[in-house]
Design a protein around this ligand. Structure first.
Ligand code: AKG
Ligand code: FE2
Length: 343
């Protein structure tokens, strides 16, 4: 096979090692996300101790008795927070074989009476559901979110500079980022391959932590060929989402990926963190220098998947689609409105 079989490995700490090293990092970042859209990132400064605490608490949560997990089931939450049981999530209409907790920024819900006057996406704001049986989870997840937000901001500054803009280009849209942290377990099964079906991430960038030694993630290259992206010790897997493809007119690529379910008797924990702008952010389009603009491919158009430049609309679309049960219980009016618009 002549195809590249592994993703590039980039070292974020180069940004702090003088201008020549920083420039080399930006060049590698631009190339990796123009050509593949996926890479491994080392040198993030995240301590092995924090990784260990996160891994342990994730395992402990999924080992809790069913009733303790269901105490925070996502169907209790209009804001798509909490525990999704196995089979409760879909990609392209097909069931994903994973269980997970969804955690977003903590905050009050918008009062029901105010909703009619506000954009639909404000329904995504609200409190998380934390498991009373495992108080440590809130502590570790909160630290994880804060630590990874710093990595996300640093990467965005490097991208802006690598693409010919001032490095502060994205800052104003990320003052109050609407992030999503998922803690996921793929149980082993021989009944299906679909851990999570083929998809692109809907936001700006994803920082994925995977427990050591368990493969499953696959990335589709531009010729349609799938490559494995197994975990690399000390590294996060990073990929860009549809909004960053949009903001760069396709110069950077949101790449399709999927997770193959582990075989029976095995399981896999992964922790994706989706670093996204504020819900009311409209990502500005970058003005690429002429040599890069000449290589921008335009944004991939998919009639079944409109990319909204207003992030809140993109986020709401993804959530309603992935969690039809939550949508039916809490947002039947939106589901009806969307069905009418599509017909
Ligand atoms: O679990 C993984 O390795 C990736 C999950 C993923 O792609 C997603 O949740 O969007
Ligand atoms: Fe994904």
């Amino acid at each position: 096979m002549t195809q590249l079989e592994t993703l590039p490995v980039l070292d974020l700490s180069l940004l702090d090692q003088g201008e020549a090293a920083a420039a080399a990092f930006r060049d590698q970042l631009r190339a990796a996300t123009h050509e593949i859209g996926f890479f491994y990132l080392v040198g993030t400064g995240i301590s092995p101790e924090l990784e260990q605490r996160m891994h342990t608490v994730a395992r402990q949560f999924f080992e809790l008795p069913e009733q303790d997990k269901l105490a925070i089931e996502n169907i209790n939450s209009p804001h798509f927070r909490g525990y999704t049981r196995l089979g409760g999530e879909r990609t392209q209409g097909k069931v994903d074989w994973r269980e997970q907790i969804d955690i977003c920024p903590e905050g009050p819900a918008v009062p029901k009476d105010d909703l009619p006057d506000l954009p639909d996406y404000v329904r995504l704001k609200g409190p998380n559901q934390w498991p009373p049986a495992l108080p440590e989870l809130r502590e570790v997840a909160t630290e994880w979110q804060a630590t990874l937000a710093k990595v996300g901001r640093k990467l965005l500054r490097a991208w802006a500079a690598a693409l010919g803009e001032d490095e502060s280009f994205f800052d104003k849209n990320f003052g109050d980022p609407f992030t999503l942290l998922k803690i996921v377990r793929y149980p082993g099964t021989d009944a299906t391959d679909q851990g999570v079906g083929a998809h692109k991430d809907a936001g700006v960038l994803t920082l994925l932590w995977v427990e050591p030694d368990v493969a499953g993630l696959q990335v589709q290259l531009s010729d349609g060929h799938w490559v494995d992206a197994p975990p690399v010790s000390g590294a996060f897997v990073v990929n860009i989402g549809e909004l960053l493809e949009y903001a760069t007119q396709g110069y950077l690529k949101a790449t399709t990926h999927r997770v193959i379910a582990p075989k029976a008797a095995k399981s896999r924990i992964s922790i994706p963190y989706f670093f996204n702008p504020a819900l009311d952010a409209i990502l500005p389009l970058l003005k690429l220098p002429p040599d890069l603009a000449a290589e921008a491919r335009g944004v991939t158009r998919d009639p079944k998947n409109t990319i909204h430049s207003l992030y809140g609309n993109n986020a709401l679309k993804s959530r309603l689609r992935a969690h039809p049960d939550v949508a039916a219980i809490h947002h039947a009016d939106l589901v009806a409105k969307r069905a009418a618009a599509a017909s």
